[in-house]
Design a protein around this ligand. Structure first.
Ligand code: B12
Length: 471
């Protein structure tokens, strides 16, 4: 170790979804049958390795500054390694996870460690983070992190660092995946080809965090990364880009170049892919087996109100059918409870899921994430059910809690209709049917559906508890 400065980069587990799958309420008895059953399911989910490695920390830990050594600690799998002394501990903070992040930061600062906070929440709300950090890093930190490490080395750390502009992604910055323990994740082949989003859906803030302009890495750089990664890990690749098909020309060039390497990959795309036959065919040839698509809403009124303007709903079903026919399994994510939704919406979603044979339906409740336009609007309309001035009051959960009053549906009706919808969609027999019918990645489709059968049962219980405790 010598006299090198030691830096630890920490990723926190979320309390809900793939990391947690636990009730928001205390389980009645830690040793009761239900608690034991839930614990076994949680362990099973962990062992099936849904966990996606934290790419942000892989990128930061790959920034080389002489005299500084960095390590990643993923608290989803390991305790904080306090057996070593750290000169700086960096924590990635997402909105919805702030209480946990701040509690952790405060506790390690009490032990005498210096803490750097960065990530989407710090970029959006730096002031709320200031009192929990020695160092705040605002924005995409690819370049600025080197400055922090240099200052750490020279004992001249500043209180705050800010990226002057969005990093130029056309510059080569090789990412090292060997910093992760391979056995913990379903893959360590995590790649991002570009950042920024031209759309402005009102429930998202990626266009604020990463800008409206799509910045892309060079195709050569990405291809080199795929080759380098595949030497170390032969498993699947996951492209974390929000819309891997958004820039058709770029995607065509990239995935055509990847065809000879015989990789298998998953990613996230818009349903527009169903109308891009050449790209769809190239995706399949290059090894694409499953994609997550944001359907969000099939109600035209909701799509208009929430500015989900890409892909009109009339084309959605056809697009999904085309993608599945080409051999790609689809995870389709919906939001129920948008402003154009009524009590007729669940039946329409159910019909849509059956008609398109969607492989994994994700049935979400709108999360009014602070910093989004929808949060500001619901706040002005007095419809939020949590204190909008307390950023730690907003927590991210997976359909387990309703945080606002839907426009056209009363709260009890909303909870009842949402619960009925998820109970209709997620049964063990449906999970089996979807797994068998999936055009590819059958095991993953089956596992996800089984996991959701468990998770949405938890969500129904929690929502009912929310209603009875806080009607
Ligand atoms: C893949 C992904 C996941 C994966 C992996 C998580 C991860 N962060 O690596 C999984 C499935 C686990 C996940 C879970 C969640 N996610 Co997510 N996820 C994404 C997605 C699609 C890509 C993330 C990514 O790899 N980006 C690439 C990296 C390079 O960018 P970055 O993370 O922003 O990091 C840069 C800066 O933020 C900064 N930075 C980040 N961390 C740190 C730490 C330090 C110390 C410093 C100095 C700097 C720094 O520097 C990085 C390099 O420039 C994004 C959408 C997006 N477009 O970013 C959503 C996104 C990050 N997720 C989001 C959310 C809400 C969640 C969950 C809370 C949801 C849940 N189920 O509970 C959890 C939280 C998980 C957690 N434990 O913190 C939101 C965050 C919004 C916000 N305001 O905070 C996003 C932006 C999606 C959205 N549209 O709103 N997610």
């Amino acid at each position: 170790m010598g006299n090198k400065k030691q830096v630890l980069l920490v990723f926190l587990p979320s309390d809900s979804g793939v990391d947690g799958a636990r009730s928001l309420f205390d389980e009645p008895s830690e040793n009761g049958f239900k608690a034991r059953f839930n614990r076994s399911i949680r362990n099973l989910i962990k062992q099936t390795q849904f966990a996606i490695p934290p790419l942000a920390l892989m990128i930061l830990a790959s920034v080389d500054v002489e005299g500084v050594e960095q390590r990643i600690c993923d608290l989803r799998f390991e305790p904080t390694p306090f057996d070593r002394s750290w000169d700086l501990i960096g924590i990635s903070v997402q909105t919805g996870m702030t209480s946990k992040a701040f509690r952790f930061a405060d506790s390690i600062r009490e032990k005498g460690y210096k803490v750097a906070l960065g990530g989407p929440h710090v970029t959006l709300f730096p002031d709320s983070c200031r009192k929990h950090a020695d160092v705040l890093v605002h924005g995409e930190a690819d370049d600025v992190w080197a400055e922090v490490l240099e200052d750490l080395k020279n004992d001249s750390l500043k209180e705050s660092y800010s990226a002057v502009d969005f990093p130029d992604l056309s510059l080569r910055r090789p990412v090292r995946q060997q910093l992760l323990d391979k056995n913990r994740y379903f893959t360590t082949n995590i790649i991002q080809t570009g950042r920024g989003c031209p759309y402005c859906c009102d429930f998202c803030n990626v266009h604020i965090l990463n800008g409206n302009r799509h910045r892309k890495r060079t195709v050569d750089d990405v291809v080199q990364e795929v080759l380098r990664f595949s030497k170390h890990d032969k498993r699947i690749f996951f492209f974390v880009d929000d819309s891997i098909n958004a820039n058709e020309e770029y995607a065509l060039e990239l995935f055509n170049r990847l065809v000879p390497y015989n990789i298998t990959w998953f990613g996230q795309a818009t349903t527009m892919l169903g109308k891009q036959p050449k790209l769809l065919e190239t995706f399949v040839r290059s090894g694409c087996r499953a994609l997550l698509v944001g359907i969000e809403s099939i109600e035209p009124a909701s799509r208009d109100t929430h500015k989900k303007t890409q892909n009109r709903s009339t084309d959605l079903a056809e697009a999904i059918i085309n993608i599945r026919k080409a051999g790609i399994s689809l995870y389709g994510s919906f939001i129920y409870g948008l402003d154009g939704d009524t009590l007729d919406t669940p039946a329409a979603i159910l019909d849509f899921v059956r008609m398109t044979k969607l492989d994994v339906p994700g049935i979400n409740i709108l999360r009014p994430n602070p910093g989004t336009t929808v949060f500001n609007r619901l706040r002005e309309e007095g419809r939020l059910l949590f204190d909008p001035d307390d950023l730690t009051a907003y927590r991210y959960t997976f359909g387990q809690e309703i945080l606002y009053r839907p426009k056209n549906i009363s709260l009890p009706d909303f909870i009842e209709s949402y619960s009925k919808l998820t109970a209709d969609i997620f049964t063990l027999s449906n999970a089996l049917k979807r797994g068998l019918a999936a055009p590819s990645a059958k095991a993953a489709v089956l596992l996800f559906n089984m996991f959701y059968t468990h998770l949405y049962a938890l969500s129904r219980n929690d929502l009912m508890r929310q209603m009875t405790t806080n009607p």
